[in-house]
Design a protein around this ligand. Structure first.
Ligand SMILES: Nc1ncnc2c1ncn2[C@@H]1O[C@H](COP(=O)(O)OP(=O)(O)OP(=O)(O)O)[C@@H](O)[C@H]1O
Length: 623
């Protein structure tokens, strides 16, 4: 394989990544089930999420694996371990008598951070390029970035946790957010997909609370002796609430919080729809300082003041903020931001996303205090240049064949396939499974148990191909996703180019390189223009069929994005590099062109998987 630096597993050697030692370490007590999690053989997926799915009389007829891939595995409906729910994952807790810092628990440490030997830095070879991206600030307060984690004023336990999480150098968004939160500001932050936004809020927030947890936190029972259902439960009075639009993302953030809370008094919990409400209440009753939640379940709990109160709330973080502030959610969202018993003046609000259109930013700003900071890393909504983006013309009737040919022509590697609806997700899952592709799927009609099993199987490598509807995979961070396929391009009405950015951002994370392939049909014409501009901005090849959508003349020189119209104008006063903090509507929307962010094209045109032209070009030529 003529590897040009692409971090791609060896071709045809079979998919062997077990996920061990990666940043999505599966704890021994929380392993992926032997069987994977496709919806193959399902007899009944609808109905009550809290009831176990019906057991199908499964005849194990496992197809021959596609060459180079592990065998597909059917979902195991006999697996009914009640503790398998992600919300029951073990968190650090001790009896609290030994001060603000607790003792080490080597077995939990192993679950959270992986074995000692695997704790090398997690970032990819292009990490330094991330740190070159222009950072712009807007708002009344100017933040001086930190240079390193060591000089960031972190509590020794937090610094140790950061090191165990294998974070060597802070990413740009972390360099600015850590001091901004330490100084007590509200924050709006925009940074590219996979650039470490989760840690950008978790590290400083938890760090600020770490030494004071005993003083600030609500009383709770001693976890060492607490007997659920027997002893008097505590009411959850979190100091931090983090809201995320999907259950999978809430679980992922919870798992990051478990790492950064290690050896502190801070107890994280996660609540989300479809999960076991009784178990979730039980977790809350043991005490909760950091609550990660999906919006619907959070509102349920806000309406149960005996279980949850926001009276101690200090920080509220809205992750994937543009999705959360979407008009469809307005009522829920107002309730979350103001409907609990929080004391507004005591709460710092923070909004994070990779895409953040102006009307939604304006809405977010109405919730922030006057001294808030706005930080943008690169252009809002821009894609990473370390993702090679192929767009191929496909006859709508030939999409399935094209997909299979594409998967067959590339090395076995962790892949996410995006579709626009649940029916297509199910159809593709069956189709690929029967063709020997080890796939699984997540979408809103699958039970939560199935969704969790799917994600575990995908993370651990048992099912390295995940089929997902767009929204269900927002923010999902799985190491070594090398290929994202847009089986359907997102429609303009359903997310448009922002959705495209989020989807392809599941690969090429934290300095790694990745490949995306989008199937384009004549029905995708409405997105063609902005897609072409995105390809131009990120210095990708423009396929012939998109040539007519290329801007010309001055427009080509000063690429003006539709999303640019959203950018704030004028009132920035502290952009690090002078002007146009949040785009300014000016012409320097392509920070790379004059800001030196990515001065060179870091993608070799023919090196998608290191194998010269053996990629989608070949597949495309057959269509
Ligand atoms: N400083 C760092 N060094 C190394 N790895 C890091 C660092 N910060 C974060 N990471 C890792 O980078 C990965 C991506 O981080 P994260 O999921 O927070 O990205 P994100 O910006 O929120 O992406 P998205 O917009 O797609 O949700 C995670 O696996 C995280 O553990």
């Amino acid at each position: 394989m003529a590897d040009q630096g692409w971090d791609v597993p060896a071709a045809t050697a079979g998919f062997t990544d077990t996920g061990a030692g990666n940043d999505n370490w599966e704890s021994p007590g929380n392993q992926a089930p032997e069987a994977s999690a496709g919806n193959h053989e399902i007899t009944d997926t609808a109905g009550n999420d809290n009831e176990p799915a019906k057991v199908a009389p499964v005849v194990q007829n496992i197809p021959t694996p596609l060459e180079g891939w592990v065998a597909p595995k059917p979902y195991d409906y006999t697996d009914k371990d009640p503790n398998e729910w992600e919300s029951n994952a073990r968190v650090y807790e001790w009896d609290g008598d030994v001060g603000d810092v607790g003792p080490e628990f080597p077995d939990l440490e192993l679950q959270l951070f992986g074995p000692q030997g695997s704790r090398e830095p997690t970032h990819g070879i292009d990490f330094s390029r991330i740190t070159e991206i222009e950072v712009l600030q807007e708002g009344p307060t100017h933040i001086v970035p930190i240079a390193s984690f060591e000089t960031a004023g972190l509590h020794p336990i937090m610094l140790a946790n950061v090191k165990m999480a294998r974070y060597g150098i802070p990413t740009p968004i972390q360099k600015y957010c850590i001091p901004a939160v330490h100084q007590g500001h509200d924050v709006i932050a925009i940074a590219q997909t996979g650039s470490g936004k989760t840690a950008a809020y978790l590290i400083p927030i938890l760090n600020k609370l770490m030494g004071k947890a005993k003083k600030l936190a609500a009383p709770r029972p001693n976890p060492a002796t607490f007997r659920p259902g027997v002893d008097a439960p505590a009411r959850a009075e979190p100091l931090v609430v983090i809201v995320a639009p999907t259950r999978e993302l809430a679980v992922q953030i919870f798992n990051e919080a478990r790492k950064f809370c290690y050896r502190s008094m801070l107890r994280p919990c996660v609540v989300y729809g479809g999960g076991p409400i009784r178990d979730q209440i039980e977790q809350l009753q043991k005490g909760c300082d950091v609550l990660v939640a999906s919006p619907g379940r959070l509102i349920d709990f806000i309406d149960r003041p005996a279980v949850l109160s926001l009276c101690r709330l200090r920080y509220m973080v809205i992750d994937e903020a543009d999705e959360m502030l979407h008009s469809d959610w307005e009522e829920d969202f107002t309730k979350i931001l103001c409907g609990g018993d929080q004391e507004e003046g005591n709460v710092n609000y923070m909004f994070f996303s990779a895409t953040f259109p102006k009307p939604i930013r304006e809405l977010a700003k109405t919730h922030l205090n006057e001294s808030h900071v706005r930080i943008a890393v690169g252009r809002a909504g821009s894609c990473h240049k370390n993702i090679k983006q192929n767009v191929v013309l496909v006859d709508p009737m030939m999409k399935k064949t094209a997909l299979f040919d594409l998967l067959s022509s590339l090395p076995a590697t962790r892949t996410i396939i995006f579709v626009n609806n649940k029916r297509v997700a199910d159809e593709l899952d069956d189709f690929l499974y029967n063709k020997g592709v080890p796939c699984t799927s997540i979408h809103a009609d699958r039970t939560q148990k199935e969704r969790e099993a799917s994600m575990r199987a995908f993370r651990a490598g048992g099912s390295p191909v995940l089929i997902a509807t767009g929204v269900s995979a927002r923010g999902i961070d799985v190491r070594n996703v090398m290929h994202v396929i847009n089986y359907d391009l997102p429609s303009i009405e359903h997310g448009g180019i922002e959705e495209y950015t989020h989807r392809i951002g599941r690969t090429g994370r934290i300095g790694h390189r990745g490949l995306s392939t989008s199937f384009y049909t004549n029905r995708d014409e409405p997105i063609a223009s902005v897609l072409t501009r995105t390809l131009l901005e990120t210095e990708q090849e423009i396929p012939d069929f998109l040539e007519t959508f290329k801007p010309d003349g001055d427009d080509l020189v000063n690429l003006k994005f539709e999303a640019e119209e959203d950018f704030d104008g004028g009132d920035n006063n502290s952009g690090e590099d002078g002007d146009d903090a949040f785009g300014g509507g000016g012409d320097d929307n392509n920070a790379d062109e004059d800001g030196g962010a990515f001065k060179e094209n870091n993608l070799s045109r023919d090196s998608a998987f290191g194998g010269g032209e053996t990629t989608t070009a070949d597949v495309a030529s057959g269509w």
